[in-house]
Design a binder for this molecule. Sequence first.
Ligand SMILES: [Zn+2]
Ligand SMILES: [Zn+2]
Length: 699
Amino acid sequence: MVVTELESDRPAGRPGFKVLASIARDGAREVPPDLATCSDCLAELFDPADRRYRYPFINCTNCGPRATIIAELPYDRCQTTMAAFPLCEHCAAEYADPGDRRFHAEPVACPACGPRLAWVPSAPAGGASPTAQDDEALRHAVAAIAGGQIVAVKGIGGYQLVCDATNTQTVQRLRERKARPDKPLAVMVPDVAAARRLAWVSTDEERLLASVAAPIVLLTERPGPDALPSCVHPDTDKVGLFLPHTPLHHLLLHDLARPLVVTSGNRSDEPIAIDDVDAFARLGGIADSALTHDRRIRARYDDSVARVIGRRPALVRRARGYAPEPIALPDRPATPLLAAGAQLKHTFALADHDRAILSPHIGDLSDHDTFSAFEATLEHLSKLVAISPDAVAYDLHPAYLSTQYATRWPSDRRVPVQHHHAHVASCAAEHGITEPFLGVAYDGLGWGDDGTLWGGELLVADLSGYRRAGRFGTAPLPGGEAAIRRPARMALGYLFGTEPLGAPDVDPDLVRLFTGRLADREVATVRRMITRGFNSPRASSAGRLFDAVSSILGIRDDATYEGQAAIALETAAGGAPAAELPWRLTRSGDVWVYDPKPTLAALLEAASNGEPARQLAAAFHATVVAVTVALCVETAKDTGLRTVCLSGGVFQNELLTAALTSGLRGEGFFVYRNERVPTNDGGISYGQAAVAAARMKGA
Ligand SMILES: [Zn+2]
Ligand SMILES: [Zn+2]
């Protein structure tokens, strides 16, 4: 096969340009990501004189589905799910004309020959039949959404649940049915002007919103008469907005002329539904009706989520529009690799030559359906990109299903990679840093190399190895996983059990200020668990400390999703300027340990003196910044290292990340953050691939 051109930086309309899923460098195969509707197609979509007027599947060489419809490479229509739609005379002529915008546009279609919409008025489990097609189907959907229904809409990479974002009752009903009580819901708006009515949009954010990948962009809400109801994004002033990325979404937004909740078609953390039968079965209890079509979705691609931090875009969830575009690896793996990823926000990576190909976001792997989605995506993607791995990189956590999957491989083909090393390596690798660096890995929990739980770590690292140089003091997680869902328990863990256990405890009178507002029974039970060490594994977690502080300040005692209490704490802090609270670093062997007890005591004392939670939340952020800068400064004295890589889910906290970056720069450090891969566990697979490649090179 001959390569004519490789799509690299997404050309604007160039007649005769052929986008190929190409055989690129080193014979490597690449699968092009999906592209949002281009301006030429958009103009035709709303031009009554055009033969594709209001046709929901309009596309051209510069836009439309790619990765979601490709069954085999090379990328030719006959190898996509568009093979089921023979071209009409008109479309065939455009497809064959080198002067036409649709020359070799593989998914080209029109109302005469292409996919058709269908309206299914109710979506009972086990089958429903459409009652209307085409524009009539669309009109039914528009009326249903306007009337307060939740409609399952077959999107480009999976089903989505769509409803009126301004209708509080409907949004609440969606939350109940989807078993998602609090986690923010994404909202689609027709254009950038509409986004500006709901949120503050900088030029960098505007560029991201309007990019061909069209991700959900996390923005700061703009108070005013147009503000979305708080049930769309409780706990946070951040709202996830995105623009229509398919003609169907453009039509819905045009006809409804209001912001719409557009969220993944799944229950909680299950994989997004792509198959019609599966969608009706699983979404039947959530959606009132469905707007579907007859173009099959071959591969599952959820909507991507991104934000701008410090003028740089950073991906929070990497899927539609980005995956499976390769990301460079600094070291070439000796053999083709699979990096099995972590557990939550799961992705995997395939690597060969100088590239890693990350799967789209898959979900929480502990769910059985998600694990099946992992296996199916792995099989499909490795076939498409022609990588059949000879070795597997994986996390140390014995309970991760990705680890259990990897440990079925022969031991001489396995490369274990510590969780926080993978985090900081993911940051270093995407910036091409191959020299030693200081890695700050702050997250919820990850398995340490000593068999304990880590999560507030300073590593002296390079891509192939690391040494633990600093960490947060450990506290017990009373009830294990249960402590994640109940930050109040985590607070008790810190107040009753933070190491070093010999050092002065938090003054019991201050502790009573907190325990006094909890049920006596809970306090007694948790205290007993901690003193007896019963089901209370210890963790050196930064994320759990944020949870605990959120509860201590009375901001959130419970969490229905990971990070909720910390998000509420960040939101409470707002932009309030604050001085740091007391803190203490101790030395244990050659590891610096942050003892948070003085910080917690100061929080309790200030709260009892009536200082507002908002101020104290800001002071806590300032304290974590000061502690982290001190850890880096101390470690730099021994090592001479000036490069710092920040990674881990805690760095989704914009306030912390921005303040820490400027604090470290003030001390002369060069600071790097994840941009192309998520800083949360969605980026772990890329970090594992970078570490395994570096180790193989040295072996
Ligand atoms: Zn187009
Ligand atoms: Zn046609």
